[in-house]
Design a protein around this ligand. Structure first.
Ligand SMILES: Cc1ncc(COP(=O)(O)O)c(C=O)c1O
Length: 338
């Protein structure tokens, strides 16, 4: 099977973080009546941390941007947030200290699950952070198909809100694509133009430069696209955000998927139309990966160190003692009052 980072969620790491407390991964619970389950009310982020080229520093990319996007998603869905950026970052650090492997990177998934409340009254949410290790090799190039499923319009379910509900249609699109023999799917928006892939934005390149649809075309406001834009400008490559018709995508010279977990994955084919693997997107991809490993000019990209490994020495911290019933005290209290 092709190496795609999304397979990481099949892992079962030993620990997760619930409202700042380490809890055994197997023991994280949610009540059946939680609005997260009955009304699909949860918002989340996916952040990636990278070991530096020298192997001495493990740093997470743009955590403040991810925190801000999580806050924005929560605000649009009327979910209160009661933790600060500093607490959010401290949580990532704790989890990294307990899960990090010196030979693998780590992908964090902080999710805000609505545990209490009813139709917007008395809403409360738990912040659960899970993290999954990632092999250091770049994801393989992918073959895609354009789905018969579409991204919902902004007035129905805004794509800028990174909520679980937005991934219901993405899941259907991916199942459809796999049934047809593709690795993943591209979704159109309500106007029949390119919106995004199931978990990444779309970039095309031809002789006029690199282009990607803006958020108003019904895609997520991608943090990776912002980094890629800076890297492209630095390489002297024209980079535009504008609507892209399906026929323009199919006749482009190159195509790629951009996202925290996809990085810049090259696309070999969409619906039988083939793309070059040796053009500007492959140069841009190389530059992006160098940036993530702390190499070369930083271009203002924030890489926040979480774990240091001086002198190549590595030892995992001792695991904390779990409560006798396996849950953290905080979580037990929340469940009792749900
Ligand atoms: C639907 C969707 N679009 C785009 C992206 C890319 O966003 P980012 O670069 O912030 O990871 C993601 C990944 O989170 C996604 O799930």
């Amino acid at each position: 099977m092709a190496h795609t980072a999304s397979l990481s969620q099949l892992q079962k790491p030993p620990w997760a973080l619930v409202n700042g407390q380490l809890v055994r991964y197997e023991d994280v619970q949610i009540h059946i009546s939680a609005e997260a389950l009955t009304r699909a009310l949860s918002v989340f982020e996916g952040l990636k941390g990278y070991w530096s080229q020298s192997g001495e520093v493990f740093a997470v990319r743009e955590p403040r941007r991810h925190f801000e996007r999580l806050c924005r998603s929560a605000a649009l869905l009327q979910i209160p947030i009661d933790f600060t950026y500093e607490e959010f970052l401290a949580g990532l650090r704790t989890l990294a200290e307990h899960l990090l492997d010196p030979d693998r990177d780590l992908w964090f998934r902080p999710t805000l699950y609505v545990t209490q409340g009813h139709w917007g009254e008395g809403t409360r949410a738990d912040l659960v952070v899970t993290a999954f290790s990632q092999q250091k090799d770049d994801p393989d190039p992918m073959r895609l198909g354009v789905s018969t499923w579409r991204r919902s319009p902004d007035v129905a379910l805004p794509s800028r809100v990174k909520c679980s509900a937005n991934y219901v249609v993405a899941r259907l699109a991916r199942i459809e694509a796999r049934r047809l023999g593709y690795d993943d799917a591209l979704l159109l928006n309500d106007f029949g133009r390119i919106a995004e892939a199931t978990g990444a934005c779309v970039l095309i390149a031809d002789r006029s430069g690199i282009a990607t649809p803006p958020t108003s075309e019904c895609c997520l406001d991608s943090i990776t696209v912002d980094v890629l834009q800076r890297a492209a400008v630095d390489l002297g490559l024209p980079f535009e955000r504008r609507p892209i018709e399906r026929s323009e995508l199919l006749s482009a010279d190159e195509c790629g998927l951009a996202g925290t977990i996809s990085e810049l994955t090259l696309v070999t084919e969409v619906d039988g139309f083939h793309y070059s693997q040796a053009g500007v997107l492959s140069r841009l991809r190389q530059r992006y990966l160098e940036l993530m490993r702390g190499e070369g000019e930083r271009l203002g990209v924030e890489l926040v160190p979480l774990v240091l490994r001086p002198d190549g020495y590595w030892s995992a911290p001792d695991a904390p003692a779990a409560a006798s019933d396996g849950t953290s005290t905080d979580f037990a209290q929340l469940n009792a009052s749900a």
